[in-house]
Write a protein that binds this ligand. Structure first.
Ligand code: IFM
Length: 481
C-alpha cells in the first residue's frame, strides 16, 4: 500500500461541501483514552502505568504535566455521560486502563477497576450511546515494563490474559471491540524515538516491540472470539501515514516509510506476513529472530472492521546528505529515531494551513487513505476511529468558545469521508477526536483537541462551537450549512 497517488486527488479541492447526508446506520460519535482523561491514578486500586512513570521524568512532558488529575473523568463520570447526551453522540470510544484491571499486569481482575468500566458501559447504554472499547491505548502496567515491556514476548501473553478479563466483565454489554490503538506509536515512539513512554531509544527494541504488539493483537483477537458472543465486532485501530512527495527520490522514501508505519502492521494483521522490504530495510539492525514460526499466522486474524486514525499527511524524500535536513514528521523530537533503518528519509515542511500541532490540514489525505484501504482490503469495512484537530481555543467574554478552525477542519474531513463513501468505500462510522480537551501525551495540556473545552483549574466543561456543530450533524445526519 502506498497512499500517495495523484490519481486519487479530488477535483474539488476545498472540501467545504454542505448538505451531504450520511445513512442512518453510519455511526457518528467521539473518542477519548483512559490516561488522557481519567486522572485518579491511585484510586480504586489502580497500579502505576508507564505513563505515570514517564510523565514524572523531568523534561519528558511540556510544562512537566502529568495525567494525575487530567479531566478528573473518573470522578465526574455521570456528568460526562450527560454531556455526551447533550451532544447527541451515537457512539463513544473509550479505552480501558490495563493497570485499573490488573494493577501489576498479572492476576485476577481488580473488582474496583471492573466496577468503574461497568458503570461507564451501563451509563452509555442507558443513554442510548453505543460503547466502543479499546483494550490498549498506551498505558502499560509499569510492572510489565520492568519485566521488559513490549520488548518481551511475555507481554503479548499477558495482554491476552487481560483481554479475557475485560471480555468476561463487559462482553455481555459491549458489542464493538478494538485491541490496540496505534501500535506504531507504542513501538516506535515508545522504544525508538523515546518521545513516548517508556522513553527508550533503541532501534532494535522498537522493532521487537512492534512484533510483540502485533502478536498481542493476534492473541487477543483469538481470546475475544472465544469469550464474546458471535455478533460482537472485533477490530484494531492503526494510525496511517499518508505519504506525499514529488522529488525523484520520493518513491523510495515513501516505500520505506509506508513499510515502517503502515505495512509493518497491515502486513501481518491483514495479509499474514511482514513485508519483505521492511525486513530488508532493517536487516542491519535486527535478524528478526523475534518472529517465531507460526507467529504471523496468529497475528493474521479475521477482523470485522479496521479502525482508521487520520490527522494529516507527510511529504518525504531521501536526504541528500548535504543540504540542511528537515525533520517535519509531525512527531515530537526526542533522543532516538522512530524510523529504524530509514533515518535518512527526510520529512519536508508541508504547505499550510496548520493546526496548533503544526500538522498540515489535508482532507484529501483522508479521502485518499480511505479509498486506498478500501481497494487493498475489499470486504473489510472501515471506521474512522479518530480524526480531529488541536487549536489554541479561548473562552470569549460571553462564555462561548468560537473554535472556527476546528469546525472548519471537521467539516472538510466529514466531506472527505463522504466522498470516499460515494466512491464505494464501506465506511461505517466516524469518531471525532476528542470529546474533551485532555492530556496530549508529550505535549501535556498545551494542546487542546476537544469539542468540549475543559478548564483545568475548575474542571468546568464548555461545549465549543465545533461540539454544537457535531451535534447538529448527528441530529440530521447531514453536514450542516
Ligand atoms: O491524542 C492522540 C491520541 O491519543 C492518539 N491519536 C492521536 C491523538 C492526537 O495526537
Amino acid at each position: 500500500m502506498t497512499i500517495s497517488d495523484e490519481r486519487l486527488t479530488s477535483s474539488r479541492p476545498d472540501y467545504r461541501d454542505s448538505g451531504l447526508v450520511f445513512d442512518d446506520g453510519f455511526l457518528i460519535g467521539s473518542a477519548t483514552a483512559a490516561y488522557q482523561i481519567e486522572g485518579a491514578v491511585t484510586a480504586g486500586g489502580r497500579g502505576p502505568s508507564i505513563w505515570d512513570t514517564f510523565s514524572a521524568t523531568p523534561g519528558a512532558i511540556t510544562n512537566g504535566d502529568t495525567g494525575a488529575v487530567a479531566d478528573d473523568h473518573y470522578n465526574r463520570l455521570d456528568a460526562d455521560l450527560d454531556l455526551m447526551v447533550s451532544l447527541g453522540l451515537e457512539a463513544y470510544r473509550f479505552s480501558v486502563s490495563w493497570p485499573r484491571i490488573q494493577p501489576s499486569g498479572v492476576g485476577p481482575a481488580n473488582p474496583e477497576g471492573v466496577a468503574f468500566y461497568s458503570r461507564l458501559v451501563d451509563g452509555l447504554l442507558a443513554r442510548g450511546i453505543r460503547p466502543i472499547v479499546t483494550l490498549y491505548h498506551w498505558d502499560l502496567p509499569q510492572a510489565l515494563e520492568d519485566a521488559g515491556g513490549w520488548t518481551s514476548r511475555e507481554t503479548a501473553t499477558r495482554f491476552a490474559d487481560y483481554a479475557r478479563l475485560v471480555a468476561r466483565a463487559l462482553g455481555d454489554r459491549v458489542e464493538v471491540w478494538t485491541t490496540l490503538n496505534e501500535p506504531w506509536c507504542s513501538a516506535f515512539l515508545g522504544y525508538g524515538s523515546g518521545a513516548h513512554a517508556p522513553g527508550r531509544t533503541d532501534a532494535e527494541a522498537s522493532l521487537r516491540a512492534m512484533h510483540h504488539l502485533n502478536l498481542a493483537h493476534g492473541l487477543a483477537v483469538q481470546v475475544l472470539r472465544e469469550e464474546l458472543p458471535a455478533h460482537a465486532e472485533v477490530s484494531v485501530t492503526l494510525n496511517f501515514h499518508v505519504l506525499r512527495g514529488e522529488d525523484a527520490s520520493s518513491p523510495e522514501a515513501r516505500r520505506r516509510i509506508d513499510a515502517l508505519a503502515n505495512r509493518a502492521f497491515t502486513g501481518p494483521m491483514l495479509h499474514g506476513e511482514y513485508p519483505a522490504d521492511l525486513r530488508a530495510d532493517t536487516a542491519a539492525i535486527t535478524d528478526w529472530s523475534f518472529v517465531l514460526p507460526g507467529d504471523e499466522r496468529i497475528i493474521h486474524q479475521p477482523l470485522d472492521f479496521l479502525g482508521v486514525n487520520y490527522y494529516s499527511t507527510a511529504t518525504v524524500r531521501m536526504w541528500d546528505g548535504a543540504s540542511p535536513r528537515q525533520h517535519a514528521d509531525g512527531h515530537k523530537a526526542a533522543g532516538g529515531t522512530p524510523w529504524p533503518g530509514s533515518e535518512h528519509v527526510e520529512f519536508l515542511v508541508q504547505d499550510g494551513p496548520y493546526t496548533s500541532m503544526g500538522w498540515n490540514i489535508a482532507p484529501d489525505g483522508l479521502e485518499d487513505l480511505l479509498v486506498s484501504l478500501g481497494a487493498e482490503f475489499p470486504g473489510l469495512p472501515l471506521m474512522v476511529t479518530e480524526n480531529g484537530a488541536a487549536f489554541d481555543d479561548e473562552i470569549d467574554a460571553d462564555g462561548r468558545v468560537r473554535d472556527v478552525g476546528r469546525l472548519d477542519y471537521l467539516r472538510r474531513h466529514f466531506t472527505a469521508a463522504h466522498r470516499a463513501i460515494e466512491r464505494g468505500v464501506d465506511l461505517r462510522g466516524y469518531l471525532v477526536w476528542s470529546l474533551l480537551d485532555n492530556f496530549e501525551w508529550g505535549y501535556g495540556y498545551s494542546k487542546r483537541f476537544g469539542i468540549v473545552h475543559v478548564d483545568y483549574d475548575t474542571q468546568v466543561r464548555t461545549v465549543k462551537d465545533s461540539g454544537r456543530w457535531l451535534g447538529a450533524l448527528i441530529d440530521r445526519h447531514r453536514i450542516p450549512e
